[in-house]
Design a protein around this ligand. Structure first.
Ligand SMILES: [Fe+2]
Ligand SMILES: [Fe+2]
Length: 153
């Protein structure tokens, strides 16, 4: 049986926030670079997977889900734009830390809204079987999405 989709999403959110805390506490540039790259990859993979599986479910199962999906997608795109900029900065450049802080500030805000408002709302429209099906799909799609942010401009 698949792990339910909500558990997987919360696990992704927590592990990205943990990485950011590690990043903030790390002073060695090599380690900071490695953790920074982990954050870029994990946040990119999480946002793409969520869009394919979960934001589609917003539209399919929540009566006003289209609006939630559009707004959330826009927030993901803003976050990925910042992550993409990080790839062109050196970790020792002060701009790197500033951009990372900005991206993570947006990420934390976005995640809080998901966890406190949107996901509990989605849950009300799903039965156990759907939660499992979405969990299975989430686990299947996650290894297939891009690991680097694509820029659409
Ligand atoms: Fe999201
Ligand atoms: Fe999320």
């Amino acid at each position: 049986m698949a792990i339910d989709v909500f558990t997987q999403i919360l696990k992704d959110h927590d592990s990205i926030e943990d990485l950011y805390r590690l990043f903030q506490g790390e002073t060695d540039p090599k380690n900071r670079e490695k953790i920074g790259n982990d954050i870029i990859r994990e946040a990119t993979v999480h946002t793409y997977t969520e869009e394919i599986v979960v934001y589609r479910a917003y539209q399919e199962y929540m009566p006003d889900g289209k609006k939630y999906a559009q707004d959330s997608l826009k927030e993901h795109e803003d976050i990925r734009k910042m992550l993409a900029k990080l790839e062109f900065l050196k970790v020792t450049d002060p701009e790197y830390a500033e951009m990372m802080d900005l991206a993570m500030k947006e990420f934390v805000k976005h995640v809080k809204e998901e966890e406190e408002e949107i996901l509990p709302r989605l849950k009300r429209y799903l039965n156990d079987e759907l939660v499992d099906d979405l969990g299975e799909e989430y686990a299947r799609i996650k290894p297939t999405v891009p690991q680097k942010p694509k820029i659409h401009d």
